[in-house]
Design a protein around this ligand. Structure first.
Ligand code: NDP
Length: 452
């Protein structure tokens, strides 16, 4: 059987690009890649990268207030969204270009169009062309999911925020996950009046309960009008915005309403089920630990498989696939002890088990501290940092670490190395503190606050 390509990748996001680049560049495979939108995928074009730049932008009012508290005579003329957006767009163009040149330099042929599967070895492009490939990798990611809401109002998603012509005066954010909480803090920092509705009892379900409570409190103190146990019943477009009727019996007009109620894998219309590829309840592609689907020539990596929906995980999965299939180095992506950060203000950095999950499995000790960090305490801000270690009472291994603090994402990356290596609480204790820092508290917590 003759093939046009050794590998055809559908989707030019983090997972697909890494797989294509390694297969072609490191292992000499003939690789084609189709992307229907912009190269770089969710992370680069409408996720992690523009979001983090907005996180930075939104932190300046606090930094300027701190500067004044530290004796600087600073004044600001306010935030210029148009200028920021132009710079953001230019940066995304630059990054998209870097992704493209990375692929072409590795020898990958890029097809700027949609591709669907025709059979286990054939992809059909929207241009009408068809290619036969020995292996096909689906890396089409996910897209925001918005539930059906009475009233038919114009509802935005995180994708739309980056494209706003102007910042609204007021916004309602619906949801209590990563995206809802991050954008609530970002827009609040940029001066938008933010209300957030979350249907459950506490935001950030799945994270450590104490950390969730701590963040919710600080988000409220920071100015986010957070309502838990609250959802939208009806939303209608009216003059000046959207009139929202909510489960707490109120009617409120918001200039914009943003839904951040989760994401669904992009598998619709790809022709997967007809080929025998197994899909899960949300449309996610079911793969084994080698990222192989039920059809042996078809693999899938990243958010489309709905395993751990994080960029670095998709990259690892894509790399492991290329090593396994083209590099004669069978490699499974490791999904254990993956650290992550939620870029709220302050941030949450987390790795390993939550207290709730750990105590169901084995006897644990919990070490925790909350304190006012030096920098903001001096500036007169009421912020509090939280650090927490979950320790196995038998092996003494640190099972989980949860940090709510400025730059918690940076801190957790380093703590994750120790925890991935199997560090015990005594290893943390043997490590001499770096003084004066916030992170030194991680190695100076002497007594457990509780045992469970
Ligand atoms: P999440 O799954 O984290 O959160 C979805 C939220 O919407 C939950 O609070 C959920 O409530 C709520 N929700 C779901 N359906 C409805 C509904 N019908 N009505 C009302 N509320 C609803 O999704 P996100 O979109 O925030 O993020 C998607 C993924 O992207 C994350 O899981 C993460 O993997 C990734 N991501 C990572 C980031 C990072 O690393 N910093 C940043 C952003 C995204 P409930 O809890 O009750 O189910």
């Amino acid at each position: 059987m003759s093939f046009d390509y050794d590998l055809f990748v559908i989707g030019g996001g983090s997972g697909g690009v890494r797989a294509a680049r390694i297969a072609a560049g490191d292992y000499g495979a003939k690789v084609g890649l189709a992307e229907e939108y912009r190269m770089g995928g969710t992370c680069v074009i409408r996720g992690c990268v523009p979001k983090k730049l907005m996180v930075f932008a939104s932190a300046f009012p606090e930094a300027m207030a701190d500067a004044r508290a530290y004796g600087w005579d600073v004044a600001t003329q306010g935030f210029d969204w148009t200028a920021f957006r132009a710079k953001l767009d230019a940066e995304l163009d630059r990054l998209e270009g870097a992704y493209r040149s990375g692929l072409t330099n590795a020898g990958v042929t890029i097809h700027d169009t949609r591709a669907v599967l025709e059979d286990a070895h054939t992809v059909r492009l929207a241009t009408g062309e068809a290619f036969r490939a020995k292996h096909i990798l689906i890396a089409t990611g996910g897209a925001p999911f918005v539930p059906e809401i009475e009233g038919g109002a114009t509802l935005l998603t995180s994708n739309d925020i980056f494209k706003l012509d102007a910042l609204p005066k007021s916004v309602l954010i619906v949801g209590g996950g990563f995206i809802a909480c991050e954008f609530a803090c970002i827009l609040n920092g940029l001066g938008v009046e933010v209300t957030q509705f979350y249907r459950g009892a506490q935001i950030l379900r799945g994270f450590d309960d104490e950390a969730r409570g701590h963040i919710a409190e600080l988000m409220r103190e920071g100015g986010v009008n957070l309502h838990v146990g609250t959802d939208v019943i009806e939303a209608r477009d009216v003059a000046g915005g959207v009139r929202v009727t909510s489960t707490d019996g109120r009617e409120t007009v918001f200039e914009k309403v943003v839904y951040a109620t989760g994401r669904k894998p992009n598998t619709a219309g790809l022709g997967l089920a007809a080929l025998g590829v197994t899909l899960g309840r949300q449309g996610e592609i079911i793969v084994d630990e080698w990222s192989q689907t039920a059809v042996p020539s078809i693999y899938a990596v990243g958010d489309v498989t709905d395993r751990i929906n994080l960029t670095p995980v998709a990259i690892r999965e894509g790399h492991a696939f290329a090593d396994t299939v083209f590099g004669a180095k069978p490699t499974k992506a490791d999904h254990d002890l993956v650290a992550s950060a939620v870029y709220t203000q302050p941030e949450l950095g987390t790795v390993g088990l939550t207290e709730e999950a750990a105590r169901d499995e084995r006897p644990i000790e919990v070490y925790a501290t909350a304190f006012r960090p030096m920098k903001s305490a001096f500036a007169g801000r009421p912020d509090r940092v939280m650090m927490k270690l979950i320790v196995c009472a038998e092996t003494r291994k640190v099972l989980g670490c949860h940090i709510v603090a400025p730059e918690a994402g940076e801190m957790i990356q380093l703590a994750a190395i120790a925890i991935k290596m199997g560090a015990t609480k005594e290893d943390f204790d043997r490590t001499v503190a770096v003084h004066p820092t916030m992170a030194e508290e991680l190695v100076t917590m002497r007594k457990p606050v509780r045992k469970a």
